[in-house]
Design a protein around this ligand. Structure first.
Ligand code: GTP
Length: 264
């Protein structure tokens, strides 16, 4: 595969983990857990917060967009609503992103991971120019992996599962970066059903055909698209609340980083 940019010769570390997920999936709680895990295990992590509208972070960020861009003032100055305010703040921050890369590069020898939190409104990051600028700036400097967080209990509904997978699929093809699916909240529902649906496309087909809101021809073709997509990713089950699956998560990130190094 090919990328829109030319990565220079870069080192294997740190690995940048861009955490993306729909609102309510537990992204912030999971980041908190990942940060706690790294600190406990002697893994050297760096934290970057890209959500200008977050009120309080349960973890300390080494670099925080809120230190540079005041989201409320951006809203006032440009006469914007909340989403326009977040988007414009991210645009303003993206224009200075080379400075962020410079800061991480200076620390690179002392870091294993850079954990990146993105705005809760997923499309602000995934479908904006600044989201692409930030992702590509990282990916042309360090091995970069996308972690897509899903709400496992909600995904037991096959239509919700399919929507989530199509979204993840679009992120994979847009960023062209290795993708890890992090099935969160496995303390509530185990993600075994999801693994089965991903492995056996007929099992998933059967589940979705019970839902009358999808026509079977549409679901049949979507299942085929997804089947191809599943070949290109890694899935892990995690619980931000109990801390289950942390080793699996970092193992999946490591093999994704290896894949990145081989590909680019
Ligand atoms: P942002 O989009 O960054 O605002 O975060 P979010 O809305 O994706 O998720 P947040 O971390 O705020 O969590 C949403 C809800 O899910 C909260 O009530 C969390 O306590 C809950 N939650 C998060 N992770 C888990 C988990 O692993 N298990 C359970 N049972 N609940 C969780």
């Amino acid at each position: 595969s090919q990328m829109a940019f030319q990565p220079p010769n870069f080192r294997r570390k740190p690995v940048v983990i861009v955490v993306i997920g729909m609102a309510g999936n537990g992204k912030t709680t999971l980041l908190h857990r990942l940060v706690a895990h790294t600190r406990m295990s002697g893994i050297r992590g760096y934290v970057l917060n890209l959500d200008p509208a977050v009120m309080t972070l349960p973890f300390g960020a080494n670099i925080d967009i809120r230190d540079t861009v005041k989201y409320k003032e951006v809203m006032k100055e440009f006469g914007l609503g909340p989403n326009g305010g977040i988007l414009t703040s991210l645009n303003l921050f993206a224009t200075k992103f080379d400075e962020v890369i410079g800061l991480v590069e200076k620390r690179a020898d002392d870091l294993d991971y850079v954990l990146v939190d993105t705005p809760g409104q997923i499309e602000i990051f995934t479908w904006s120019a600044s989201g692409s600028i930030i992702t590509e700036a990282f990916a042309s400097t360090f091995p970069t992996v996308v972690a897509y967080v899903l709400d496992t209990p909600r995904s037991t509904n096959p239509v919700t599962f399919m929507s989530n997978m199509l979204y993840a699929c679009s992120i994979l093809y847009k960023t062209r970066l290795p993708l890890v699916l992090a099935f969160n909240k496995i303390d509530v529902s185990h993600h075994q059903f999801a693994l089965e649906w991903m492995e056996d496309f007929e099992a998933f087909q059967a589940a979705i055909e019970n839902d009358k809101s999808y026509t079977s021809t549409l679901s049949r073709s979507l299942c085929l698209v997804l089947d191809e997509f599943y070949q290109n990713l890694r899935s892990v089950g995690v619980s931000a609340v109990t801390g289950a699956g942390m080793e699996d998560f970092f193992a999946a990130v490591e093999s994704s980083a290896d894949e990145y190094m081989e590909t680019y």
